[in-house]
Design a protein around this ligand. Structure first.
Ligand code: KG4
Ligand code: ZN
Length: 343
């Protein structure tokens, strides 16, 4: 049996979790505590690094205690401590990694410095027991990537954004239109009563031979449209949101469909290929429906883990630790590991 305590502090969630794996049974999440700082940052319309770091300092000890208590395990029963060591906001990373180092040293447990993106990449194996290789679409406030997940520690990035992350584009659009933070859910809500055909926004990169994403041109187009018809009525806002969302889904679909074809070419022997989505933007129903349709057409399984595990959490970090332990991947001198904000 392997039992790992995970710690996540790379952005604006303070999180701790205990995950266990026993024999051939499915892994179990014994506890999964996530404290969001959304309210602390809402007044500023985005995450403020200084405030985030301070909030992690204040909350983390209690969150770890609660995760242990919830799991029914004592620190002595834990096999290793896994903490996010990057990428992310450096203040938060320092808080989480230093705390993990202290616990590991005091309790004589191994420390695992985990890459946050590896956590997202391996979540579908925790929730759905997926086999390698598979394709991952990560769309969050900080990341927009397509990754071929080939094995533990074996990731190939096929596409990334050349400017804004997709969640960031949602958040900035919301801000321009006077909608509250976080923008994504509010843009989706407004779009529900809007006319998606009123504005012909650009579909950045659509049809491009280059695999990457781009969203800043779309953001500019939204700003120009909003400025041209200001002051905006509620219906104007709804129409802009719906048109924006349609453009995003279309552009994203084009990029993903390209990657599905590439996956077919590179892994011709893979019998049931799968596309996994992760990140907060995966909550968007229009985007989800677009991806689902694409997968059905291309013969891919569409895997969307529960939102609680697709957005930032520590269960995915604990799980990545278990995967690493199980694969026998050991980190030399983890106790000396320095947080890497751009890892
Ligand atoms: O994964 P996540 O919770 O945190 C990180 O960024 O790591 O993602 C948050 C992002 C925000 O930009 C938020 O606006 C976006 O996900 N988001 C959405 C929706 N829900 C959250 N974007 C579009 N539609 C949604 N329903
Ligand atoms: Zn994340």
């Amino acid at each position: 049996m392997i039992r790992v305590l995970g710690i996540e502090t790379s952005c604006d969630e303070t999180a701790a979790s205990v995950v266990t794996l026993e024999g051939d049974a499915a892994p179990k999440i014994l506890s999964n505590i996530v404290l969001s700082q959304i309210e602390e940052h809402a007044a500023f319309g985005g995450v403020v690094p200084e405030i985030a770091a301070r909030a992690h300092v204040e909350a983390l000890d209690g969150i770890i205690e609660a995760a242990l208590a919830d799991s029914g395990a004592k620190l002595a029963d834990i096999d290793a401590i896994a903490a996010t060591a990057g990428p992310g906001l450096v203040g938060g990373l320092i808080v989480g990694l230093m705390t993990a180092k202290a616990i590991a040293a005091a309790a004589h447990k191994p420390l695992l410095a985990i890459n946050h993106l590896e956590g997202h990449a391996l979540t579908a194996r925790l929730t759905d027991g997926l086999d390698f290789p598979y394709l991952l679409l990560l769309v969050s406030g900080g990341h927009t990537q397509i990754v071929a997940v080939r094995g533990v520690g074996d990731y190939q990035r096929w596409a990334t954004t050349i400017d804004d992350a997709l969640g960031e584009a949602f958040d900035k659009t919301a801000k321009m239109l006077g909608l509250p933070y976080p923008g994504g859910p509010n843009v989706e809500k407004a779009a529900a009563t809007g006319d998606a055909t009123r504005f012909a926004f650009p579909r950045p990169m659509k049809g491009s031979a280059q695999p990457d994403f781009s969203f800043s041109g779309l953001k500019t187009a939204v700003r120009q449209a909003a400025t041209a018809i200001a002051p905006l009525s509620d219906q104007d806002v709804a129409d802009i949101c719906a048109s924006f969302q349609a453009a995003v889904a279309d552009a994203l679909g084009d990029r993903v469909s390209r990657a599905l074809s590439r996956f077919r070419q590179e892994f011709p022997g893979k019998a049931e290929p799968a596309l996994v989505v992760a990140g907060g933007v995966a909550a968007n129903r229009t985007i989800k429906a677009t991806l689902q349709a694409l997968c059905a057409e291309a013969g891919f399984q569409f895997v969307a883990p529960p939102l609680k595990l697709c957005t930032d959490n520590a269960a995915m970090i604990a799980w990545a630790g278990i995967e690493r332990l199980r694969a026998g991947i050991v980190q030399e001198n983890a106790a000396d590991f320095v947080p890497r904000s751009r890892w």
